[in-house]
Design a protein around this ligand. Structure first.
Ligand SMILES: Cc1ncc(COP(=O)(O)O)c(C=O)c1O
Length: 291
């Protein structure tokens, strides 16, 4: 007990000590990115709070967490999952990510060698860029785009080569991309579905991209933070396609039924006339044989 108090006191002391060092150093720290101001997200969110406005600038969830998620996290904590994990991320999580990648795209990846889990997308982008970029490298990046891309390229000593996306469809002009490639180009950064335009890379885009990178050392950093929206959209399209098929089948069934009714109709009238004539004939014959 005493020992734990001592440790706790040490930690508090270390924390306070660190705080005071940071406070003392603050005026002497020169920003590595002096030209990068506060992000537009932060500015807009502060303004929205101040003016009690509806904040469309940042994607705050306006709904509660799912009860299932809350109880799963609770269960995990009760089961003692509060320990350090492997530096690359929890083994079972990495295995699940590999399985998902295989299901979605096909390649079979090794969870121990190819996956690194980070606390959030921004950290992943920073980690990926810091791992591969060297001073003097160029990175092709599209604007408007998620505002952490360019600072993270610059902080690594590389140069962002910006390509503007334009209204109305914000498609990538692959001819322009080809023109911007130089011997220093290290990477093309992509984001699909794209923030903030919502544009999604098409199969044609992927084919064009393949043609550009095939046989080169160019790297692609693909930020697919909103991938699930696209999958949901695709599922909706699939469902719509199936519904359209069901409707088409139904219409053709109705059409077939109509044709049958027409056939029956055409046959029914002569049949009834024939039956009527037969009836009259039989009745007359009966009457004649009775007299
Ligand atoms: C395109 C894009 N990538 C990455 C991120 C960052 O994700 P995270 O909040 O997990 O750091 C965002 C956040 O809005 C984003 O829009």
């Amino acid at each position: 007990m005493i020992l734990s108090f001592v440790i706790y006191d040490c930690l508090v002391f270390a924390y306070n000590f660190q705080q005071s060092i940071i406070l003392q150093l603050e005026p002497f720290i020169n920003s590595k990115l002096p030209e990068v101001g506060t992000t537009i997200f932060t500015e807009m969110s502060v303004l929205a709070t101040r003016h009690q406005a509806i904040n469309l600038g940042q994607g705050y969830p306006d709904f509660m967490m799912s009860e299932e998620l809350i109880s799963l996290v609770n269960d995990a904590m009760r089961k003692g999952h509060n320990q350090y994990v492997h530096m690359n991320g929890l083994q079972s999580l990495r295995e699940n990510i590999c399985q998902k990648i295989q299901e979605l795209y096909g390649p079979v990846l090794n969870p121990d060698e190819t996956i690194t889990v980070t606390p959030g997308g921004t950290y992943a982008i920073y980690t990926a860029l810091t791992t591969v970029l060297r001073p003097g490298d160029e990175v092709i990046v599209f604007e408007p785009g998620y505002d952490s891309y360019i600072p993270n390229i610059v902080v690594n000593g590389a140069t962002p080569v910006v390509l503007q996306l334009s209204f109305p469809d914000y498609r990538i002009d692959w001819e322009m991309v080809k023109q911007k490639i130089t011997p220093r180009t290290k990477m093309i950064m992509l984001n699909t579905p794209h923030n903030p335009t919502g544009a999604v890379l098409s199969d044609h885009d992927i084919e064009e991209l393949k043609k550009i990178v095939e046989g080169t050392d160019l790297m692609i950093l693909s930020d697919e933070q909103r991938q699930e929206i696209e999958r949901f959209q695709q599922q909706k399209l699939e469902i719509r396609k199936e519904l359209r098929q069901v409707r088409r089948n139904l219409l053709s069934d109705i059409d077939n039924l109509g044709t049958w009714l027409k056939v029956i109709n055409v046959m029914l009238v002569p049949l009834l006339v024939a039956l009527l004539a037969l009836g009259v004939f039989v009745m007359r014959n009966r009457r004649r044989s009775a007299t």
